[in-house]
Design a protein around this ligand. Structure first.
Ligand code: M6R
Length: 625
């Protein structure tokens, strides 16, 4: 977890367009989705004899504001700086554990994302050699290890010392280091944790993720595992750990900076809900030829290999898991392949039975979620073909997989997944049809009808999104309710799970999702007068059974809200309130039905005065087990 950033732009940067401190603070604000327990930054000046300057704060969601205010105290001649926003793993979220961490001399400062697995062993050695650890973190040992390697050979540069240190380190890291003795230099390195770099206008910069530095360039470099980069104003040089020159991989990104900003919305979640029609349209774009053939050029699995697949696993977490559950219905129905959908953290430890005829689909917005990443590593080890659905180009999972299908939702900043979730459902539905095409399991007429319905989806999602006002009115009526049960059947079941997850994660209200048919096997005991039940009751093949379940809870005193197709008065008759949506082909309905549930959660959180983009205890990307 955590976000790191760094920039070097020579002396007098405050007069230039990319002032060190401004870039650090703005970039950290755009990285806060990675965690915001604390924030900090450090800069070096132009004089190698001068000390470096460091500020850190651990004031929850206000940490970065505190750091930004104190940035006025920084030396005006800052030539290079590094910054960090933290999601605590080792050590409490307090100022002492906030990054940047310093060595004993206070002249080296370091920021880190990842986990140093052998930090205890390294700390013991360093302490025995006279170093003093000032924090409870796993990270701090790195600063002292680099200090020790610099001291061991005075001819070494900072980059030399980093190269000498990293072979001792076990675990995952993306790190950036500065040294007061080397003005204008940042040394970066990575293993597993993401790190991108860029050059523009005589500056060079790095960050954990693209939005942080999107305003500076659209052309990035990706640092490979076990590479060390030296950033100087306007240049980046990369080596392996033994010092051999290496080339970083170029990466062009078309996103614009506005995509990483709020665009006039009160919060990113609202903005991202409104971007869903575009996310769906962009994910479909260029993938369906006019004659109905699906083209997934980036899927580097041959048609013969696809035709040989005889079973499918989907592995994912959170909202991505729900997208996987939705896809199960489509793949089984259209491609006639058995599908198992697994929570990634369970899959990897349960000795799954896979072979070369198994397709494992890893679904992850970030492509960095450690549980899903490790699940696909395990799947590959067992000989399965691995396809990843990710929103982040060249993410760790995309690199690990045999094939990748990108969702094209643009950067998602709100912690609650919205536009990336509908983009995932879209990509999975495309994949389901693609598998059906390869396996010839659909008649030409069926395939044509489905593709035509798919083409209409961006418009239907836009129609659903436009009804936020009506959803808000329903939320206002239930603002004082404290417990919600979400019910669905068939594809409505994962929609119910997603509705419950959205509500609990941003409004902190008790919300559970159940398959409606399971109600009588236990959960119905929860129903009492005043319980709010949200039923996904659009017209799927099991609509009548769903309506019976709705009637059962209503007769026991529950207040019932239903998601219903436009004009379906029969469904509305069973409910106290209706969230209307445009009707669509049942297997595509999750894309539309989930929208009012996202809006309902958003409205409830706003009505309760909560920060919807930064819910407590959560981080956007979970890179620890
Ligand atoms: O980046 P990923 O798609 O792998 O993330 C998976 C989950 O952590 C994520 O969907 C999480 O559940 C969201 N907060 C849901 O809104």
């Amino acid at each position: 977890m955590c976000g790191i950033i760094g920039i070097t732009c020579g002396s007098e940067p405050r007069e230039s367009s990319h002032g060190v401190l401004d870039v650090l603070v703005e970039g950290l604000a755009r990285l806060e989705y990675r965690g915001y327990d604390s924030a900090g930054l450090a800069v070096v000046g132009a004089d190698p004899a001068a000390p470096l300057w460091r500020v850190r704060a651990a004031d929850g969601t206000h940490s970065l504001d505190v750091v930004a205010k104190r940035a006025d105290e920084a030396p005006t001649e800052a030539t290079a700086g590094i910054g960090h926003t933290r999601w605590a793993t080792h050590g409490r979220p307090n100022e002492g554990n906030a990054h940047p961490h310093a060595d004993c001399t206070g002249r080296i400062a370091l920021v880190h994302n990842g986990i140093i697995e052998n930090h205890v062993e390294l700390a013991d050695e360093l302490i025995a050699d006279g170093h003093t650890m000032a924090s409870e973190t796993d990270t701090e040992v790195l600063a002292h290890l680099i200090e020790a390697n610099l001291a061991a050979d005075p001819s070494r540069t900072l980059a030399d010392a980093v190269r000498a240190s990293l072979p001792r380190v076990r675990g995952a890291f993306a790190l950036a280091v500065i040294h007061a003795a080397e003005p204008g230099v940042i040394v970066a390195a990575r293993r597993v944790s993401p790190l991108i770099m860029g050059i523009a206008d005589g500056a060079a910069f790095l960050a954990s993720d693209i939005p942080a530095i999107l305003g500076l360039t659209h052309d990035f470099f990706v640092l490979d595992d076990d590479r060390v980069a030296e950033l100087r104003p306007g240049s980046i040089s990369v080596t392996t750990l033994d010092g051999t020159a290496a080339e970083p991989k170029p990466l062009h990104v078309d996103w614009d900076l506005d995509a990483a900003r709020k665009d006039g919305y009160d919060d990113f979640m609202d903005k991202e809900i409104h971007e869903q029609p575009t996310a769906v349209a962009d994910t479909l774009r260029d993938r369906v030829l006019p004659d109905g053939t699906l083209v997934l050029d980036e899927v580097r699995i041959t048609n013969d290999e696809l035709a040989a697949i005889d079973n499918v696993f989907v592995v994912a977490c959170g909202s991505s898991f729900h997208a996987g559950l939705m896809a199960k219905y489509a793949i089984e129905r259209w491609a006639r392949l058995p599908v198992q959908v697994d929570i990634a953290s369970e899959f990897r430890y349960r000795d799954p039975v896979l072979d070369s005829r198994t397709l494992v689909i890893g679904v992850s917005q970030s492509g960095e979620t450690v549980d899903t990443f490790q699940a696909i590593v395990e799947a590959k080890r067992l000989g399965a073909k691995v396809l990843v659905i990710s929103n982040v180009v060249d993410s760790s999972m995309a690199r690990e997989a045999d094939a990748v299908l990108y969702t094209r939702a643009g950067p998602e900043i709100g912690v609650a997944a919205t536009k990336t979730h509908v983009a995932q459902i879209t990509a999975l539905e495309i994949l389901a049809l693609y598998l059906a095409q390869a396996r010839e399991t659909l008649s030409p007429t069926e395939a044509r009808d489905l593709l035509s319905a798919m083409g209409a989806l961006p418009g239907k999602v836009a129609d659903a999104v436009a009804r936020a006002g009506a959803v808000h009115t329903v939320a206002e009526a239930y603002r004082d309710a404290s417990a919600f049960i979400f019910l669905g059947r068939h594809v409505g079941y994962p929609v119910a799970l997603e509705g419950a997850l959205k509500l609990k994660e941003i409004s902190y209200l008790r919300a559970e999702g159940f398959p409606a048919g399971e109600l009588k096997h236990g959960p119905i005991a929860l129903i009492e007068p005043g319980t709010v039940v949200v039923g996904v009751a659009t017209r799927t093949p099991v609509w009548e059974k769903m309506i019976s379940n709705v009637a059962e809870v209503k007769s026991r005193g529950a207040s019932v809200i239903v998601v219903a197709d436009d004009g379906d008065d029969e469904t509305a008759r069973h409910a106290d309130a209706v969230l209307w949506v445009p009707a669509t082909e049942p297997l595509f309905s999750p894309l539309v039905d989930v929208v009012p549930l996202q809006q309902f959660a958003h409205s409830m959180a706003r009505l309760h005065g909560l920060d919807v983009d930064r819910p407590r205890n959560l981080a956007k990307t979970v890179t620890v087990e």
